[in-house]
Design a protein around this ligand. Structure first.
Ligand SMILES: Nc1nc2c(ncn2[C@@H]2O[C@H](COP(=O)(O)OP(=O)(O)O)[C@@H](O)[C@H]2O)c(=O)[nH]1
Ligand SMILES: [Mg+2]
Length: 342
């Protein structure tokens, strides 16, 4: 899974990239920066604090700071990404907002054109017998895509059957990628309840189904340099409980349809990433292939139960630690101990 940061020049993409990855010196203007971001999780932190473990290992996602911002070069950079964070330069006032929204509109238009070209290319090959339809449902599927794109409905908003969804994965469509808008706002607007462009951004997001998560590049760079305690104080002064960047990472993770389950041992608590709907045996395979192969059962307690009763032991005493089999569908926040034998 890889998320990209896109936006108009000077909107704060590289600043956001640095904040999310902790990678200093990612300044290069000519190449796209690639890094890894941690996905903050209050639940995992609470688990780690309760058991005073040495290490808390958060989920991680690949992140790309996309340099090109239009044309084929931009499309190539975005092609294999699973979601996009689009930075909006609200800290520059109305002109910045306008630039950024122009970028967004241009990007959406390029996505439609590229998707339309993919669909029409395929239709043409079928029409001229250069290729055979995968099945008799391929033509109706292609027509459905074409109709949507021509009406400027992004493919992510089209109701595809599971069968059609398989077709979708065979194309490198652009308009299926989830988008999160990240207004980069000035310090004076942080915690103020409004910022330049807010209404327009929210209206647009509502229309398109985009999430909006504001942050302040400059303020958050200041926060970076503080110790944990001062950081909390600093945020509270703005009426915030966590930095915008933390919420952006979280929003991207959610937009990808990813959830976490947790494991713990005396040394560490750790989040593991799975797709929603993953069953216990496959989930165990994320930890180790032996656990998948030799899977017997899993002890599972939900984070909510843990949080309510304060410890795993308290949950066990109340019968809240469930013994689940291989086909159990793992839920977000499950605390899991895999029993296996190889
Ligand atoms: N005042 C202000 N400046 C910012 C903020 N975020 C980024 N900048 C500045 O804007 C410039 C462009 O930022 P950068 O992250 O390199 O933008 P990019 O071109 O989108 O990668 C840099 O000089 C940043 O210091 C912000 O929130 N407030
Ligand atoms: Mg940059």
């Amino acid at each position: 899974m890889q998320v990209g940061i896109a936006g108009s020049p000077q909107s704060g993409k590289t600043t956001l990239f640095r904040l999310l990855t902790g990678m200093a010196g990612s300044h290069a203007a000519s190449t796209s920066n690639l890094g890894v971001m941690e996905v903050p999780d209050e639940r995992l932190k609470a688990l780690g604090d309760t058991y005073k473990v040495r290490k808390t290992i958060y989920a991680r996602i690949d992140l790309l700071d996309i340099q090109p911002y239009k044309g084929q070069e931009f499309l190539n950079a975005v092609r294999n990404l699973d979601a996009l964070v689009v930075v909006i330069a609200c800290f520059m006032g109305e002109p910045g907002v306008e630039d950024s929204l122009d970028f967004l509109a241009g990007m959406e238009a390029e996505f439609y054109l590229a998707d339309l070209a993919s669909v029409e290319g395929r239709l043409e090959r079928l029409r001229t017998n250069k290729a055979k339809p995968v099945s008799q449902s391929e033509l109706p599927f292609l027509d459905k895509c074409k109709t949507a794109i021509e009406a400027e409905v992004p493919l992510r908003d089209v109701d595809f059957s599971p069968h059609e969804q398989d077709f979708v994965s065979n194309f490198a469509f652009y308009s299926v990628k989830p988008i999160i808008l990240a207004p980069n706002i000035a310090e004076e607007h942080l915690g103020a309840g409004s910022y330049p462009g807010m209404e327009e951004i929210n209206r647009l997001a509502q229309e398109r189904g985009y999430r909006v998560v504001p942050f302040s590049g400059m303020v958050e760079e200041e926060i970076e340099s503080l110790d944990e305690e001062s950081r909390v104080e600093f945020l509270m002064a703005y009426g915030l409980t966590q930095p915008g960047t933390a919420r952006i990472a979280r929003a991207a993770y959610d937009a990808l349809g990813l959830i976490s389950f947790f494991t713990m041992n005396p040394n560490e608590v750790r989040a593991w990433t799975i797709k929603r709907g993953t069953k216990a045996r496959q989930a165990a395979g994320k930890i180790h292939s032996d656990m998948e192969r030799g899977f017997i059962k899993a002890d599972v307690v939900s984070f909510e139960d843990f949080s309510r009763h304060g410890s795993i032991k308290a949950c066990r005493d109340r019968g809240l630690v469930r013994l689940e089999g291989k086909d159990y569908v793992v839920q977000d926040g499950d605390i899991i101990n895999v029993r296996f034998n190889v």
